[in-house]
Design a protein around this ligand. Structure first.
Ligand SMILES: *Cc1c(COP(=O)(O)O)cnc(C)c1O
Length: 410
């Protein structure tokens, strides 16, 4: 029989979201009358907006004509028009068209990027973090095995983001030649790094000859104009950062699938090879381009009308976040000293439950309010005692969940 890739044995058993489903289903079985509402998984809920739907439809129609049909895109990196538009509209020309690589999503690109660096790469992550950075590194052989008691993985450098440091980590723990995953606006904490903080990050990455993988999947939720929406707003980032991003959250393309990665030409490996060159080789070897239909939807979203619709859609979720914040500020939570963070420039509200473990808080909220949330401990050791509330949901469901949260018995 074939040998199993030993890296898989290094993964800890419970991937966060299957464990949440398991507990939810078990509860529902015991309490068939409970009308459970999820403020758990970060999945979009509102329909794709009309102008963007038109963009999708138009390409579907073209594909049914002899003149309009296209097969594989001429370039795996995506439609030139879309790459141009991303560079101009989203990056204000700080990035050139050929540095934009259109993909089937940020998560998929994060997975593919790991091939660039090979095994035994030092990996530093914000703690808590989006699970793919760490689990992907374990599968790629850069980390593992899992340490006992939910304290993370051997070989990963955890950079705790806590109440005390305002959810921006101490960067001095970054070793030489490391891959640094950094997500802002952050999933799960909802924190957004300031210009000064990102300047510090870029400086540290350069001093440590390291590369940042900057995840800006939630950039479209930033409302404070002083906050940077891209790492390339910071001087020097072109020499030390790759940015991954996505159409999933801004325009509800979680199911349609469309994202992008920026690889600047100045970024080099230690032997002087441009990372850009290997990325093109990798991309064209194991990826065959994003769906042409999805790309025309993405293109529409970057027109004036599409951008206006994106604003309305992201505003809707931010309004949900405001309602959740207000519910969590109520007396039931105040009594136990709950502290509330995020939700202003990000769709997540990050909540500290003093004296409670995350999974206990999860069970209590499920039992008392029939609301599913996400235990912070699932995102890393520093997430313990936190709960993430997601603002992705229909307004009436959010309102119902908020009114139930007001009756929390703890
Ligand atoms: C949702 C999310 C993404 C988006 O992934 P896609 O594969 O583009 O859908 C990327 N990063 C973070 C942190 C996310 O939460």
């Amino acid at each position: 029989m074939m040998n199993r890739n030993p890296n898989f044995a290094n993964l800890s058993s419970g991937y966060l979201f299957p464990e949440i489903s398991k507990r939810r289903n078990a509860y529902q079985k015991e309490h068939p009358e409970a009308k459970i509402i999820s403020l758990g998984i970060g999945n979009t809920t509102e329909p794709i907006t009309p102008y963007i739907i038109e963009g999708l439809h138009a390409e579907v129609a073209r594909l049914g004509t002899a003149e309009g049909y296209t097969g594989y895109c001429d370039n795996e990196a995506g439609l030139t028009e879309l790459r141009e538009k991303v560079a101009q509209v989203l990056y204000k020309g700080r990035i050139s068209t050929d540095e934009v690589f259109i993909s089937d999503g940020a998560k998929c690109d994060i997975g593919r990027l790991q091939y660039l660096f090979g095994k035994n790469t030092a990996v530093a992550v914000q703690d808590p973090a989006y699970p793919v950075y760490v689990d992907g590194s374990v599968i790629a052989g850069s980390a593992g095995p899992a340490l006992s008691g939910g304290s993370g993985y051997a070989g990963i450098i955890y950079m705790p983001c806590t109440i005390e440091n305002n959810f921006f980590p101490d960067l001095s723990v970054i070793p030489e030649n490391a891959l640094i995953y950094f997500c802002s606006p952050n999933n799960p904490t909802g924190a957004v790094a300031t210009r000064d903080q990102l300047t510090g990050l870029v400086k540290m990455a350069k001093a440590k000859q390291s590369i940042i993988i900057f995840d800006s999947a939630y950039a479209s939720f930033i409302r404070d104009p002083s906050l940077p929406v891209s790492i390339y707003e910071i001087e020097g980032a072109r020499e030390c950062a790759i940015e991954v991003s996505s159409f999933s959250k801004p325009i509800g393309f979680t199911g349609v699938r469309l994202g992008w990665t920026i690889v600047p030409k100045e970024l080099l490996f230690s032997d002087g090879t441009p990372v850009y060159r290997d990325w093109i080789r990798l991309f064209s070897t194991i990826f065959n381009g994003a769906s042409n239909i999805a790309q025309y939807g993405g293109l529409a979203s970057l027109d004036e009308k599409g951008l206006a619709e994106t604003r309305v859609l992201t505003d809707y979720y931010l309004e949900n976040a405001k309602l959740i914040r207000a519910a969590l500020a109520g007396p039931a939570f105040e009594k136990i000293g709950v502290k509330i963070y995020g939700g202003d420039n990000a769709p997540y509200v990050w909540t500290f439950f003093p004296g409670l473990k995350s999974w206990d808080a999860f069970d209590t909220i499920l039992d008392s309010c029939h609301v599913v949330c996400t235990p912070g401990a699932g995102f890393g050791p520093a997430g313990e005692s936190f709960i993430r509330f997601s603002s992705f949901g229909h307004r009436n469901q959010i309102e119902e969940a908020c009114s139930r949260l007001g009756t929390l018995q703890i």
